[in-house]
Write a protein that binds this ligand. Structure first.
Ligand code: PLP
Length: 425
């Protein structure tokens, strides 16, 4: 055992806590991993979750409840990014972003060939929106709870090509949502293109059942998966959708500007690659007449190309390791316990109108609500003054409040937020 490692273990109550360990990685760095050693950790185990919190440089000057917008990274991710930037600038060599592909594939249980690297959710959405061979009059189902990132690409395609957008009004249960989607499907429907989890109230849609329904009706099924990885035990093979666009800078706490698009193998030729470049092809020749394009690679790499920032994709690898070391099952239990507690307590208050479904399978780490006695923006001011960073939801005329809770939050912070709501009651 090296000195650094021994030091960190000492920092934790004089040694190992139960079967968990704190280890420093890499050895020269002050960054640390907490390792649950595959053990189930109770969501109420504040000692364990306090150590997790300590892995984040996130300020203690305010209470951050806005992971739905941006997930702060832990030290290990920052260290990995920084050291790779140094590596590039010192060595004068570049490359290394492809290392993220197999890690991401394993993380969401798909094949490496089905992963295209992107820089955010919207980029992946645009690849799908413009890559599907749709014609005037074809219908696409979205919701009336969209983020701009999913609404605008489809609205843009409608503007250029005359596709027709039908909107689902989300219901409170998975079963009713399936019924509503079914009711929206007509002979002209070609695509279901809804969020896996909405940005507005954190509603989790039954992705597997929706994929099944869509495929029975001969449709393409696409999810805007901005909030899926890091908040759920995301298994895209099991879900069975055709396309899933997401980012790594929210619930995975990865570097900002990292994301990926899953394209199911069988869909590679259906989804046209409208933008290509170095890495997309199997060969080309400008010295013959006419110049020759030999075709695309037989993987989702055909949708991404050119020089990338290897440092952020290397940092992404570190964030995946960080999540594995805590255990995604532990993370899901903790996140849902915090949001479940917040939801229950808020629902006891007379001035709260809860918007997030209470059905367990339809909710995740995000809680959305309105105050009956106060405009949402006025409450936003109050919460800001009290030291909370939350998100106000003006989109889709919801005029509501959104609170996100992640692994670095705790019950004490949630209680403080509930007190802030009581104060305006
Ligand atoms: C549901 C949803 N879709 C799309 C986006 C856009 O994500 P990005 O900024 O990574 O493109 C967001 C961002 O908050 C979102 O919540």
């Amino acid at each position: 055992m090296n000195t650094t490692r021994r030091t960190f273990i000492k920092q934790v109550s004089g040694g190992l806590i139960g079967t968990w360990a704190l280890v420093s990685v890499p050895e020269t760095s002050s960054a640390r991993y907490i390792i649950s050693n595959g053990q189930n950790v109770l969501p109420e185990d504040e000692q364990f979750w306090k150590i997790v919190r300590d892995q984040f440089p996130l300020t203690h000057d305010r209470i951050y409840l806005n992971n739905g917008t941006m997930g702060p990274s832990p030290f290990v991710v920052r260290e990995a990014v920084k050291s790779f930037i140094d590596n590039i600038d010192v060595s004068g060599e570049y490359g290394g972003w492809d290392a993220a592909r197999p890690k991401l594939a394993k993380f969401v249980n798909v094949d490496e060939s089905e992963i295209s690297l992107t820089h955010n959710v919207t980029e992946g959405i645009n690849v799908v929106t413009w890559g599907l061979p749709l014609k005037r009059g074809d219908e696409v189902i979205l919701t009336n709870h969209e983020h701009a990132g999913n609404a605008l690409p489809w609205l843009n395609r409608a503007k250029y090509d005359g596709i027709v957008i039908k909107t689902l009004k989300p219901a409170q249960t998975a079963e009713e949502n399936l019924n509503r989607i079914n009711d929206l499907i007509t002979k002209k429907t070609r695509v279901i293109a809804i969020p896996h989890i909405t940005c507005t109230i954190g509603q989790v849609f039954p992705a597997k059942e929706i994929s099944k329904l869509g495929h029975e009706k001969g449709l393409w099924v696409f999810f805007d998966g901005a909030h899926g990885p890091g908040m759920t035990m995301l298994d895209l093979k099991d879900i069975g959708c055709d396309f899933y666009a997401t980012c790594c800078h929210k619930w995975m706490c990865g570097p900002k500007g990292t994301g990926f698009l899953f394209v199911r193998k069988e869909m590679l030729d259906a989804l046209e690659a409208k933008w290509i470049g170095g890495g997309s092809d199997i060969g080309w020749d400008m010295t013959v007449d006419p110049p020759e394009f030999k075709g695309y690679v037989n993987t989702a790499h055909r949708y991404d190309f050119g020089t990338q920032n290897a440092a952020i994709y290397q940092g992404l690898g570190a964030s995946i390791d960080f999540l594995y070391h805590i255990g995604m099952d532990n993370i899901v239990r903790r996140g849902k316990a915090l949001s479940g507690y917040l939801q229950k307590e808020l629902m006891k208050l007379d001035n709260v109108e809860m918007l997030t479904p209470t059905e367990d399978e339809s909710r995740g780490f995000v809680t959305g609500f309105r105050l009956k006695n106060m405009p949402y923006d006025k409450f936003g001011e109050h919460a800001g003054k009290k030291g909370f960073r939350i998100r106000l939801v003006a989109e889709n005329k919801l005029n509501s409040v959104r609170v996100s809770t992640h692994i670095y939050n705790n019950f004490d912070e949630v209680n403080k937020f509930i007190e802030a709501v009581k104060e305006v009651g």
